[in-house]
Design a protein around this ligand. Structure first.
Ligand code: MTE
Ligand code: MO
Length: 297
């Protein structure tokens, strides 16, 4: 199963352009010139969100369990064993379950092209395949007491060489508010570029929350636990003054070490402005109504 939710709602622009072109052709469009200017701007947007080539994306990774050197991750992750993977989904739920990858795929996969924006100031556009997290949560039926979701990565220092060092509190822990986890954009990715998820991308299962800084998108998940209280994440524990819980992409709130105003799309020389919620405001801004986003890092 696939759907065609894309990085930008391109079909809208295409339809609108066709209508305007038809009116111009018939001599009926009084705003032909400004309208054409607008069309060009949209065409620019489309070109701007083209998919990052696999050769670039798959050799430039953050996966601290293996290395803090982005070019080394792909090499060091190749021997990581992921067969007979199981994920435990428990906590404040009516029906705790342990699922393997085929069970998860059977919930129905979708294809999604998402922008991925790292807090370090770079970004990519990647074509994923996966299962909306909401489908999995529907299966376990969250109790009324469930308010957050805590995700646990893998603890396997014999295979993950950097887990022998205190680079981060291990295993990697991330978290979402339950309504964020239930949002239709929140995906459990199982594939990338039409193939199963590569090791360096978080095989066999990683989270994607495209409106948040990419450190929220935890790789190689082993447990999904619904909780009453806000989970404490690895990055918050490591450096509470630099990393918050929400971490919504926000050009107006600088990280202590990096301005977030602009970003470099991998493969491009000129930096581009960073968009609030990484360009997904229409879909997600309502989740934060009334919150002070200036304090949200
Ligand atoms: N388990 C785990 N997940 C992780 C990380 C990590 O070090 N370990 N790094 C995060 C960060 S900082 C980023 S930028 C993205 C990078 O994803 P990519 O390598 O697929 O581009 O993964 C995120 N998920
Ligand atoms: Mo990152």
């Amino acid at each position: 199963m696939t759907d065609d939710l894309e990085t930008t709602p391109r079909s809208l622009y295409r339809n609108r352009r066709q209508v305007i072109q038809r009116l111009v052709a018939l001599g009926l469009c009084p705003f032909a010139f400004p309208a054409l200017g607008e069309q060009e701007a949209h065409e620019q947007d489309e070109a701007d969100d083209s998919i990052t080539p696999a050769a670039s994306a798959l050799n430039y990774n953050n996966y601290y369990e293996f290395s803090t050197n982005k070019e080394a991750v792909a090499v060091l992750a190749q021997d990581f064993t992921t067969d007979s993977w199981q994920v435990r989904i428990d906590g404040e739920v009516e029906q705790p379950v342990t699922l393997n990858l085929p069970d998860i795929l059977a919930l129905g996969t979708v294809q999604r092209t998402y922008r991925l924006r790292c807090v370090e100031g770079w970004s990519m556009v990647l074509p994923w395949e996966g299962v909306p997290l909401q489908a999995l949560l529907a299966k376990v039926r969250p109790k009324a007491t469930a308010r957050f979701v805590r995700f646990t990565g893998t603890l396997r220092p014999e295979e993950m060489v950097n887990q022998r060092r205190p680079v981060l509190p291990w295993p990697y822990i991330e978290g979402l508010r339950l309504d964020e986890a239930l949002h239709p954009l929140t995906l459990l990715a199982t594939g990338l570029y039409g193939d199963p998820l590569p090791k360096q991308s978080g095989e066999p299962l990683r989270l994607l929350v495209p409106w948040k800084y990419a450190f929220k998108s935890i790789k190689a998940i082993t447990r999904i636990e619904l909780t009453r209280d806000q989970p404490s994440t690895s990055w918050q524990q490591q450096n509470p003054s630099e990393y918050g819980f929400y971490a919504n992409v926000n050009p107006d709130v600088p990280h202590p070490r990096w301005s977030q105003k602009r970003e470099a799309r991998i493969g491009e020389l000129r930096k581009r402005p960073t968009l609030p919620f990484n360009g997904y405001s229409t879909e997600v801004a309502h989740l934060y109504a009334g919150m002070d986003l200036a304090k949200d890092f």
